[in-house]
Design a protein around this ligand. Structure first.
Ligand SMILES: Nc1ncnc2c1ncn2[C@@H]1O[C@H](COP(=O)(O)OP(=O)(O)OP(=O)(O)O)[C@@H](O)[C@H]1O
Length: 264
């Protein structure tokens, strides 16, 4: 379970871009985060995997407080957090198997990695996952010979090779055509259930969020202003997420006209 409490992130001396966020995500659920550009969605994911340092607040993953971790303990904790990227982040000149095995870096010795001497268990696990997502027959192909959808499947398998306790996906379908995009969303949804893995997806495509995720979190100006089932995302909620000014910001004196202007 991921439990975020009172999370604040401020870059430099400016206004916080995450304002006292609370969010709880339990196993077997796929949750989307939607919101306008600049709402803070990527920053939230980056705070969870500590690519950015939260300013204050707490992020607990299955009993481990992540915010305080440094060095070895941080590297250990990061292994429990799988990450899927918009641009796939594969090494083009390496094969699918080599890319997938890079998810095990940190678990095996550098020597074994350099020599491509992967432990038998890792090879078996990789094949199981590659079979599951339909890319096992490409194991020895170079990553740059694959289509976008196939490359994203490699990205998903690489993340799962870590045996993560949560999967974060930052715009995982934004570089894909609509049909492939839906297939990847369906895959993430199915994997979440099969592996009892919480999945948190930052996504701009609201139709996909509605169709493929169990729960939608709507962010606006660094706050969560909607948290509900897809069916609860009624037009008024959409309006507030994409055009409105959260009531807390109104109370704090943010001029709506300025805020709206900034959002367009
Ligand atoms: N490294 C950084 N340094 C300073 N400001 C940043 C940094 N990263 C993000 N920001 C600012 O934080 C705010 C939130 O950005 P963030 O990327 O988290 O939003 P987002 O909702 O993911 O947007 P998008 O949908 O466009 O990716 C923005 O105003 C952005 O300019």
């Amino acid at each position: 379970m991921l439990q975020i409490t009172d999370l604040v992130k401020r870059y430099g001396a400016g206004e916080p871009v995450l304002k006292n966020l609370d969010l709880k995500i339990e196993g077997e659920s796929i949750v989307s985060i939607i919101g306008s550009s600049g709402a803070g969605k990527s920053t939230l994911l980056r705070c969870i995997n500590k690519l950015v340092e939260p300013t204050s607040g707490s992020i607990v993953l299955n009993g481990t407080e992540l915010t305080a971790l440094k060095g070895h303990a941080l590297r250990e904790a990061r292994r429990k957090i799988g990450m899927v990227f918009q641009g796939f982040n594969l090494v083009d000149r390496l094969t699918v198997m080599e890319n997938v095995q890079s998810g095990r870096l940190g678990y095996i010795s550098s020597w074994a990695a350099i020599m491509r001497r992967y432990p038998k268990d890792d090879i078996r696990h990789a094949y199981e996952l590659m079979e599951r997502v339909g890319i096992a027959h490409y194991a020895n192909k170079r990553a740059d010979e694959l289509s976008g959808g196939e490359r994203q499947r490699v990205g998903v398998v690489r993340a799962l090779m870590q045996r993560p306790e949560i999967l974060l996906a930052d715009e995982p379908t934004a570089s894909l055509d609509p049909k492939t995009s839906e297939q990847i969303m369906q895959l993430l949804r199915d994997l979440s259930k099969e592996l009892k893995l919480p999945v948190l997806i930052n996504i701009h495509n609201v139709a996909e969020a509605r169709e493929y995720t169990d729960r939608i979190v709507g962010m606006r100006y660094g706050r969560i202003i909607f948290d509900g089932l897809p069916g609860e995302l009624v037009p008024e909620a959409m309006e507030e997420i994409y055009a409105g000014v959260p009531s807390q910001d109104r109370q704090q004196g943010t001029a709506p006209s300025a805020a709206l202007k900034a959002a367009t």
